[in-house]
Design a protein around this ligand. Structure first.
Ligand SMILES: Nc1ncnc2c1ncn2[C@@H]1O[C@H](COP(=O)(O)OP(=O)(O)O)[C@@H](O)[C@H]1O
Ligand SMILES: [Mg+2]
Length: 380
């Protein structure tokens, strides 16, 4: 009996299908790491929940460390972002045992950036307020942290931010302006982030010149990538997937990474947690389907409960239109309203990660099985 190597709801150990992203981001990491240069663009990978953003960002963190960069990894939404990054920098400098002069300047900058719990925050530097002082403080933070990283024998710093859509506007401005001011400098720093699909809207609402940000959409996995995600962890443990079972699971998980992991895990359990030399076969499909259904319906219920009555009407209309990608105008027609009237509801459903833009004028649900869930609610 071997423990399941699959990771439903946890950071993925391997990220098949993300080679292109890792290569592009890797190129950005080498600017500070190999060339001692500032990476001028802020890269943001966006997509719905469960598509694999955090797993990608964690892999970027590993790559950054391998390249000799000091990672400042934070999750937005938990206080003003610029302050959260400053706080992480303080922690790192503490771990390095840097000279006390270094901690002192960091403390001073942190006060300006509104890090709670250190010294008193003065009126002109209240938390989260974007101001020339805050921008200067954040720029200095990046410069001095990079310098201190070099003192530690490292190559520079990598700022890594997850859930960027939850960042406060002031911090986004502070960060964007500071990044702007550092263009072309020798500060060895790079910024990589991840966020839900509407992150670009949040950023452009906060920052007038958002062209420094580079948004890239993360897609579901292709069939061959799903096969790799399923077979590789098993192969490593000497366990083989039989082809019919594999084909069936590839089809049923629909390329949604979270579902792929749920399926892998459920098949592993249903096959009796095989030992080396064991196989995973089609006889396990029914039991696994049962288990996946329970987990997926928990996810569907959670999403449905987050939707307002008006949003639920739109979701029902989408479900009844029946296809995977739904034409926006058809939803409006089904509800007897104009397409424009759907604007706010559509936006909040995007913000909640329940639906995604599937192409021009097209919308789809982000989780497989949601259509069936919505329709089953009406049968009760
Ligand atoms: N490239 C991938 N291949 C297979 N599974 C993945 C991949 N990336 C992530 N996962 C799995 O998908 C689920 C969601 O991953 P996570 O990184 O938390 O997504 P997000 O941050 O977009 O919500 C997790 O169970 C994770 O193990
Ligand atoms: Mg995540």
């Amino acid at each position: 009996m071997q423990l399941s190597p699959y990771t439903p709801g946890e950071v993925a150990r391997e990220v098949p299908g993300r080679e292109a992203q890792l290569q592009q981001i890797g190129g950005m990491l080498t600017l500070p790491a190999l060339h001692g240069r500032f990476s001028g663009r802020i890269r943001v990978d966006v997509g719905p929940r469960g598509v694999g953003k955090t797993s990608l960002l964690r892999r970027v963190q590993e790559d950054a460390i391998l390249l000799g960069l000091a990672p400042l990894y934070v999750t937005a939404g938990n206080g003003p972002l610029a302050a959260v990054i400053a706080d992480e920098a303080r922690t790192l400098v503490g771990e390095w045992g840097a000279p006390s002069a270094t901690s002192d300047w960091l403390d001073r900058l942190s006060v300006t950036l509104g890090v709670p719990g250190i010294a008193q925050v003065t009126a002109e530097t209240s938390p989260g307020v974007s101001s020339p002082q805050a921008t200067r403080a954040f720029r200095k933070l990046l410069e001095k942290m990079s310098k201190e990283a070099l003192n530690q024998g490292l190559k520079g710093i990598a700022v890594l931010v997850d859930e960027l859509q939850d960042a406060d506007e002031e911090s986004l401005r502070t960060i964007a302006y500071a990044w702007q001011e550092l263009q072309g400098s020798k500060t060895p720093a790079v910024f990589v982030a991840a966020g839900l699909s509407h992150t670009a809207d949040v950023v452009t609402a906060a920052v007038t010149s958002a062209e420094r940000f580079q948004f890239r959409t993360m897609r579901d996995l292709e069939d061959h990538e799903v096969r790799e995600a399923l077979t590789q962890p098993a192969t490593d443990l000497g366990v083989r997937w039989e082809t019919p079972a594999l084909q069936e699971v590839v089809q049923r998980s629909q390329g949604y990474p979270y579902a792929v992991q749920l399926w892998g895990d459920a098949m592993w359990q249903a096959a009796g947690s095989p030992d080396r030399g064991g196989v995973i076969g089609a006889e396990s499909l029914d039991e696994a389907q049962n288990s996946v259904n329970q987990d997926m319906s928990a996810l569907h219920r959670a999403r449905w409960s987050k939707a307002s009555p008006r949003e639920r009407e739109v979701l029902s209309a989408m479900a009844h239109l029946g296809s995977v990608d739904v034409v926006r105008a058809d939803i409006a027609k089904a509800l007897g309203v104009t397409s424009g009237a759907l604007g706010t509801v559509r936006q909040s459903l995007l913000d909640k990660g329940i639906i995604q833009i599937a192409g021009h004028g097209l919308l789809s649900f982000t989780a497989p099985g949601f259509i069936e869930h919505v329709i089953s609610l009406e049968d009760r």
